[in-house]
Design a protein around this ligand. Structure first.
Ligand SMILES: Cc1ncc(COP(=O)(O)O)c(C=O)c1O
Length: 400
């Protein structure tokens, strides 16, 4: 992996002006992705599928190609197991609202889920009277089998978990979790928002029933995402959004749904976004996952080692870099998180995020006000990680 060559593809990084460490929010895009979006608007800005002129047919073929590419990228058996969405959140909402849950069914989640994998279930508990059960992670926010096992029962219909936490980068032992959940008859929905752009996805090999991720966290355009479902599981879903593009025929009293996946993709789709997503995954696929992993581990190591040298800093989650995927969160008792991020930005052009990172429930439960989060990607350099640590030391020095 040549970082020099890679960084040339990311126009935003070209002049080394900015240090972007907010990759958990969204990743940057290489020019290939931007070109694909531009190409759509400049060369074939038409409707796919609905029209039969040549450009429409060509566009339809390109979209079909992207669906195939996505299916290969995530290791699905068939392209028809891939549904285009706007983001991870939409994918989870689709399952929450389309899966045939009945009253008293249990959905099991951890105490550290992103709001997107908490609120849809809490809402469903109000509307459909399902039950949401929450198991605890350890004090250092790693996986706790005992707590999970205690909650797992034949009443659990869905186990829904983030593979990698956006709070602390900890990855759960998902393959064992899938096996265990299936033994109890529960289906598994994996939230791959913080996973898909960093590690290899193999949905079919893992045996997960559903998997969701966001294009904008995997080098793709904003507002793109994917829901994967095993063919037999997608067949059980009753679409919750219908209308144009989802039906083969209608009368004034009835309708005939199209097949899968079309029935789940209501209305005109984000054509340029899907084409950009295709380029993003093609780009990611051209770099070895082992190299991405090794590089992100090194960045994590440098940041954690640096943080440990700053007096009174509290690192959320384990200190070992191999237990977290490139996300490092911390807080300081005497320095406000928002002040830290604002000063880093204004004095050193370093972008990190401060706040509760859409895991308000965890912060409320643990009595932690907020934190600063630095999240890396394969295009970040060792020098950037070191500079971040050095600048942070200065900022904390000023604030305390
Ligand atoms: C673990 C996790 N799940 C879900 C989401 C929601 O992603 P999106 O806003 O793209 O729907 C995020 C976003 O940061 C996330 O980190």
């Amino acid at each position: 992996m040549s970082l020099l060559k890679i960084r040339k593809d990311f126009t935003f990084l070209d002049d080394n002006k900015w240090i972007y460490l907010d990759n958990a929010c969204q990743s940057l895009r290489p020019r290939q992705v931007v070109d694909a979006i531009k190409e759509y608007y400049e060369n074939y800005p038409v409707c796919a599928g609905r029209s039969n002129y040549r450009l429409a047919v060509e566009l339809q073929q390109k979209l079909t190609d992207v669906r195939l590419l996505v299916s290969k990228f995530i290791g699905a058996k068939k392209p028809t197991e891939v549904i285009f969405t706007r983001n991870t959140t939409e994918g989870i909402n689709l399952i929450a609202n389309s899966y045939p849950f009945v009253e008293d069914d249990v959905v099991l989640i951890s105490d550290k889920e992103h709001n997107s994998n908490l609120v849809p279930w809490l809402l469903l508990a109000k509307t459909k009277k399902i039950k949401v059960e929450i198991f605890s992670t350890n004090i250092d926010s790693t996986w706790n089998w005992e707590s999970f096992n205690q909650k797992l029962s034949s009443k659990v219909k869905m186990v829904s978990l983030g593979i990698t936490s956006n709070l602390d980068g900890v990855t759960i032992p998902f393959e064992e979790i899938i096996k265990k959940s299936h033994q109890f008859g529960a289906k598994v929905l994996l939230d791959g928002a913080q996973w898909a752009g960093h590690r290899q996805t193999e949905v079919s090999k893992w045996g997960t029933d559903f998997f969701v991720f966001s294009g904008h966290k995997t080098l793709g355009p904003t507002g793109t995402g994917v829901l994967y479902g095993k063919e037999e599981e997608l067949a059980k879903l009753q679409p919750y959004q219908v209308g144009g593009s989802t039906v083969a025929d209608t009368s004034y009293t009835d309708f005939e749904l199209l097949g899968i996946p079309e029935r789940f993709e209501a209305g005109l789709q984000d054509y340029s976004g899907i084409l950009g997503l295709g380029e993003a995954l093609r780009y990611l696929g051209s770099i070895a996952w082992s190299e991405i992993e090794a590089h992100e581990k090194k960045l994590t190591e440098i940041i954690i080692e640096g943080l440990e040298k700053i007096p009174d800093i509290n690192i959320i989650g384990p200190k070992e870099s191999d237990k977290r995927n490139g996300i490092i969160s911390f807080y300081h008792p005497k320095a406000q998180s928002h002040q830290i991020s604002i000063i880093l930005d204004q004095t050193a052009n370093i972008m990190v995020r401060s706040g509760r990172h859409c895991v308000h429930s965890w912060f409320n439960d643990r009595g932690v006000k907020d934190c600063v989060r630095a999240s890396t990607a394969f295009y970040n350099t060792i020098e950037e990680a070191e500079r971040f640590v050095n600048e942070l030391k200065k900022v904390i020095g000023v604030l305390t």
